[in-house]
Design a protein around this ligand. Sequence first.
Ligand code: PEP
Ligand code: MG
Length: 891
Amino acid sequence: MVTKKVYPFEDGNAEMKMLLGGKGANLAEMTRLGLPIPCGFTITTEACRAYYASGCIMPEELLQEIGQALTRIEEAQAAGFGDEQQPLLVSVRSGSVASMPGMMDTILNLGLNDATVLGLAARTGNEAFAYDCYRRFIQMFGDVVLGIDSIHFERLLEQNKRKYARASDQEITAEEFKELISNYKRLVEDRTGQSFPQNVHSQLKLAVEAVFRSWNNVRAKVYRKAYGIPDEQGTAVNIQAMVFGNLGNDSGTGVLFTRNPSTGVKELYGEYLLNAQGEDVVAGVRTPKDIAELHKEQPQVHEHLEELALLLEGHYRDMQDIEFTVEKGVLYLLQTRSGKRTAQASVKIAADLVEEGIIDQKEAIRRIEPAHLDQLLHRSIDYSMSPVPIARGLPASPGAASGRIALDSDTAEHWAKNGGKVILVTAETSLDDIHGIIAAEGVLTSRGGMTSHAAVVTRGMGTPCVCGCETLSINEELRSATIGGLTFQEGEEISLDASLGQVFRGSLSLNEPEITPELLKLLEYADTIRSLQIYSNADTPADAGKAREFGAEGIGLCRTEHMFFAGSRLPIVQAMILADSLEERQLHLDRLLPMQQSDFEAMFQSMDGLPVTIRLLDPPLHEFLPNLEQLKEREQQLALSPGTGEELEQVSNTIKKVYSLREVNPMLGLRGVRLGILYPEIYDMQVEAIFKAAERSLHKGVKVRPEIMIPLVGHPNELKQMRELVDNIAGQVMCGEFKGFSYKVGTMIEVPRAALLADSIAKYADFFSFGTNDLTQMTFGYSRDDAESGFMNTYMEQKVLNDNPFQVLDQDGVGKLIEWAVTQGRAVKPFLKTGICGEHGGERASILFCHEIGLDYVSCSPYRVPFARIAAAQAALNADMNRQRLDAEVV
Ligand code: PEP
Ligand code: MG
């Protein structure tokens, strides 16, 4: 079967992007709309693929099809390709499916040779113009087709101008261009051993081949990799009759955006140059004028452009980036496409287009790019001065920050209290760095990955954080940090772009985040579209308040261990853990109870009317223990000082106790529910605090909806036992008027066994919350702390894994367990509430997956909530579209 490889513009349309490329499809569409488009045709992407498949041979049939299409242009233009009196000149441009601006090649004025240039001169009555076109053509053809760098042609041009004392190209005479052309031709002969091709058909064949080849030039390959464009797609080639913007001052060329691409404001935005061809604008030799000037210089053209801009924007239902040329007062459009825009403009344009009735709310939500949202919701570096990063790490918590380096949390806190801005720079953080993290503008660590302590805590607080910066090393003695080969003393300034994982020297200026009225509008639209509920992870009333402000509909995870670490509580917690008897432990727990109770009261108050999921204590006990090295140092000191026997004995005992609590593999040791089973008095205290807080809040008129969550359950009996514990305490505390008070008891599903036995577990659970951090860790058998600072990079580089599973949910493995657990759980309890509270709850692809498998909610950090609201709406729209596609296929 012979398939058509060449489409005249009249035969295509906007839907044919895959075959005709973006530019070709739009030129065809504009031709169909009757707009002023120079006549032309498109060689398909399929032809390009066939060219590569055949080992780069131009098939005879393709050349014939090109010839036929060319005849149509000749007829329309009343000109002949290679005709010496009425020569037809064409442009040859690349045009891929996805926009790849400037990545591939273009040749203008093709069809000129020693004979046709005379015809062009005669036809236009402008000899200098004709020879200028010819020299431009040789230069472009020489560069793109013959591989002679443009710089060599530029040098000859400069020499020529110097020789005749010409300040600008416009002053060069025809005779001078002729001399320049001889020099150009000599250059071609010297470099290629052949004379410049005079046969116009050979010129065209070679140019088409060169554009095909430009699909695989280095910059195009790099661009494709960066934007995920498939290598096998190939480029289309557009061949079009030339129109000339350089035929005098009633001609020109320019670029026009239908709205301001930086701000999104509805105004024509662009620039143009009179008496110029497209490459003059790009080359930057002459300064283009603001499009508003055209209104004065050529009012009719400006008016016509305004009309066309409105028409194209209405037709494509989006802001357009339009290229145009004016030839002797007549306007031609050379291209239109959806214009690239800043984050701010993108949100404004989407919201405005809804207001103007051009698109509906769903379309506006569909168009929002996640990267744009990230930019808008966090501070960002002002890149106008093009700062160069000195080091890179993982973008662990988005945003930007600048400040003085502080090498430990105490210093960070101290400097911040005195009004300084600090960046906490450290190997890694632990629970006792919390005061330093709170004080810091940003955090930079050399170790740890996307779910390391620093990453999780900073994301929760909305503090920018770059983790795993391998070129960071710290010299504690000299109080200095070496970052990317540069050494900084503590106190010197650095900046972080944590959205990109980059570190800069010095204090850079920052752009503030912007929740504009337009963004608020889009978030409201999203709320009417999504079915997933958006909860937030929050450990403090302040975080809960933030989450609510950003639109969270509940707290999906309150990690109570973070409360244990606050302020003066640590010594009590440590004493509780080190207690020698139950009685002694109970004494310390009694002191902790009112503190926990007030924490929960404040949380309930912040979330009045909304569910608050409280997870009972999870981390390994040893994380709370005193520092062993410090204890040993103290022991040595005491041993050398007479009369300190009692303290020495105490310290030695503590050391023994710390040793006895040490585990070989704490992540798989005494944590989560195991802690509750071995030391039920700890969970007793927490549950009592929750219900006492509930009771007091209810008295104050607060609507309390506690959901008590048991971590790390792997066996149904674990949950059974803990549920009994919770129900017992609830029964004791909630008596009188609050008897029968409704609360939920559920479990995290973060051990694969729990997912596999979800039906048995569901018997004792009102809800499942998938802790995908641990579930990923335990399904892969990767320690999350070690993987990300160790082998994960190599795994990604070698494409063993496409994504870091601690960032993007592994749908094939971990996802399968989740899906299974949801189905099994709901088989036992059809209305079992299900959600996710691991770090994946704020990641777009993972949110799409959660929607697909029918979870009730995702829970993410407060600052991620607006992002999750939009992503959940996009998930619902995606699912709708897939359903419609399937329905259509069935029909
Ligand atoms: C999880 O494992 O996904 C989780 C939320 O718990 P944590 O990160 O506190 O272990
Ligand atoms: Mg966990």
